[in-house]
Design a protein around this ligand. Structure first.
Ligand code: NAD
Length: 251
C-alpha cells in the first residue's frame, strides 16, 4: 500500500465534487481539486473543508472542454504527489431546451462538457494509473432510467457516459484499472437549486415528498458511493453503474 492515495476530481468547487473532496480528506486521500475558471463557487472553501477534515489537497483550474487543460490537470497529481490512483469525472452542466430549440450549438455545447469532458478526464487519468487505479464518471437518472422533458441533450450525454464507462472498463481490466459510474437522482446542489434549468428550491422540496426516502439526496450521500467505488473495497467491481436516488426510480 502507498503511504497515501491521490485523486483528481473535476467540478470540485461545489456540490458533489466538493463533498467528495472532503470524503477523500477523511480517508487520507489527497485530492487535486478541479475548479472551473469563472466558476461562481469558491474552491478555497472546498480546500478549507478538506483541511478541516485533516486532509491535504491543491486547487487546480481545469476546463473539461479542453484536452490540453484536462491533461495538465491529471499531470498535476503526479507533479504534486508523485502518483494518481483515482480519477472522478464529476464536472457537468445542466441546461434546458425544448426539442424545437435544440439546435446544433446547444447540443454540441452540452456534449462537449457532459460527455466528451468525461472521456477527456478518464483518458488523462488512465494514462497515469497503474494497477489498482480506479475511475468514476457521474451520470444521471436522466441518462439511464428517467425521461425528462426539455433535457434531451443532457439525457443523451449522460446516457453516453454509461456506455463509455462500460467499454473503458473492459479495455482497462487487464491493467487492473477499474471504471464505474454513479447515477444520482435528485441531489440538492447548486445545479438542482437553479430554478431556470432545474427544479429550484421549491421544486426540489416538492419532488422530495414523492421520493420513497421522503427527501432529495445530499451531495455527501453521492460522494460516499463514489468513494466506495474508487476504493479497494470495490476491487472486483468494474463497468457498473450504481443508482443513488432514495428509491425515486424504483417507485
Ligand atoms: P454543481 O453545479 O455544484 O457542480 C458541477 C461543477 O461542474 C461545478 O463546480 C462547475 O463549475 C463545474 N463545471 C461546469 N462546466 C465545467 C467545465 N467546462 N470544466 C470544468 N468544470 C466545469 O452541481 P452537482 O450537482 O454537484 O454536479 C455534479 C455532477 O452531478 C454533474 O455531472 C451533474 O450533472 C451530476 N448530477 C447532479 C444531479 C443533481 O441532482 N444535483 C443529478 C444527477 C447528476
Amino acid at each position: 500500500m502507498p503511504e497515501f492515495e491521490v485523486a483528481i476530481v473535476t467540478g470540485a468547487a461545489s456540490g458533489i465534487g466538493r463533498a467528495l473532496s472532503v470524503h477523500y480528506a477523511q480517508r487520507g486521500v489527497r485530492t487535486v481539486i478541479g475548479t472551473f475558471p469563472g466558476d461562481p463557487h469558491d474552491p478555497e472553501e472546498t480546500l478549507r473543508r478538506v483541511k478541516d477534515a485533516g486532509g491535504a489537497g491543491v486547487i487546480h483550474e481545469v476546463d473539461v472542454r479542453s484536452t490540453e487543460s484536462v491533461d495538465a490537470f491529471a499531470r498535476r497529481a503526479v507533479d504534486e504527489y508523485g502518483r494518481l490512483d483515482y480519477a472522478v469525472a464529476n464536472a457537468g452542466i445542466l441546461r434546458n431546451a425544448p426539442l424545437h430549440e435544440l439546435f446544433d450549438e446547444r447540443w454540441n455545447d452540452m456534449l462537449d462538457v457532459d460527455l466528451t469532458g468525461v472521456l477527456r478526464t478518464l483518458r488523462a487519468g488512465a494514462a497515469h494509473m497503474s494497477e489498482g487505479g480506479s475511475m468514476v464518471a457521474v451520470s444521471s437518472i436522466a441518462g439511464g432510467v428517467y425521461g425528462w422533458e426539455e433535457h434531451a441533450h443532457y439525457a443523451a450525454a449522460k446516457a453516453g457516459v454509461l456506455g463509455l464507462v462500460r467499454s473503458v472498463a473492459v479495455e482497462l481490466g487487464p491493467r487492473q484499472v477499474r471504471a464505474n459510474a454513479v447515477i444520482p437522482g435528485l441531489i440538492e446542489t447548486p445545479q438542482s437549486l437553479d430554478p431556470v434549468n432545474s427544479l429550484g428550491p421549491e421544486g426540489l422540496e416538492r419532488a422530495g415528498r414523492d421520493i420513497p426516502w421522503g427527501r432529495v439526496g445530499r451531495p455527501e450521500e453521492v460522494a460516499e458511493v463514489i468513494g466506495f467505488l474508487t476504493s479497494p473495497a470495490a476491487n472486483y467491481v468494474t463497468g457498473q453503474a450504481l443508482v443513488v436516488d432514495g428509491g425515486l426510480t424504483v417507485k
